[in-house]
Design a protein around this ligand. Structure first.
Ligand SMILES: C[S@@+](CC[C@H](N)C(=O)[O-])C[C@H]1O[C@@H](n2cnc3c(N)ncnc32)[C@H](O)[C@@H]1O
Length: 230
């Protein structure tokens, strides 16, 4: 994939929240049925809530593939505060959007809350490759690299947010070498979630030894995948 972020277009999804459209890939950053809705359902409900249910943890290490608009990170700051769970959130992004593109998004007004604007700005302005403390319950590190070139620590993460562009648009992100890298950085009991439910993805995850569940998808999407490292 090449960097075409100068051409990104702001779109409105069906729940009223913005997303970005990448014309070069002919692909959106979120479901057109609702960006905030998708993020809350796939990553927070089926990822973080599920991990908490199974593990009753006080601290969770999250790794996100594709920081993009920062929406998942922003919602996770709020989630960590509400659940009183410390989240250490690392997110990799090869092609960051600009601060101006981030500012145009309507997430702050839709999510509400007195600190959301400040958190949203920090997500895009903070330095890369440094662990920052954003709240009492949230640390944040952005990694500016391609996932294929980045070395991940083994057994570090509890929850993986796999939010790459769809396999039909960026097939290289869904290959076994990248999934193996993610598998190796997962702790036992770690949860991997993605909005995608492609058959080949499920076969790849199973071949790595993960327990794969096909779940109902967020509104407008039939299915999604969650995989657990037992
Ligand atoms: C579906 S979007 C992510 C959406 C994001 N999580 C959000 O909430 O806005 C996919 C992201 O993966 C990034 N990306 C593409 N290729 C990548 C690579 N090789 N390594 C890391 N990130 C990549 C894209 O630039 C894009 O921001």
């Amino acid at each position: 994939m090449q960097d075409h972020n100068g051409d990104l277009e702001l779109i409105i999804t069906k729940d009223g929240s913005h997303s970005l459209f990448n014309p070069a890939l002919n692909e959106t950053y979120h479901s057109t049925h609702g960006a905030v809705q998708e993020s809350r359902y796939v990553f927070l409900l089926q990822g973080l809530d599920e991990f908490l249910l199974r593990n009753n943890a006080k601290e969770i290490n999250v790794f996100e593939v594709g920081l993009g608009t920062g929406l998942n990170a922003l919602l996770t700051i709020e989630w960590a505060q509400k659940n009183n769970v410390r989240v250490n959130y690392d997110s990799i992004e090869a092609f960051p959007i600009s601060v101006a593109q981030a500012k145009a998004l309507n997430y702050v007004e839709l999510i509400g809350g007195k600190d959301t604007k400040a958190w949203s700005e920090l997500i895009h302005k903070l330095d890369w490759e440094v662990k920052h403390t954003i709240t009492d319950t949230f640390t944040f590190q952005k990694i500016k690299n391609r996932i294929e070139n980045h070395q991940l620590d083994e057994s570090k993460y509890d929850v993986i947010f796999f939010d790459a562009f769809a396999p039909s648009k960026q097939i290289e992100m869904w290959q076994l070498d990248i999934l193996l890298k993610l598998f190796n950085c997962m702790k036992p009991n770690a949860v991997f979630v993605t909005y995608c439910a492609q058959g080949q993805l499920k076969r790849n995850l199973k071949s790595l030894g993960l327990t794969v569940e096909t779940l109902e998808g967020p509104p407008g999407k039939k299915e999604m995948v969650r995989a657990i490292k037992i």
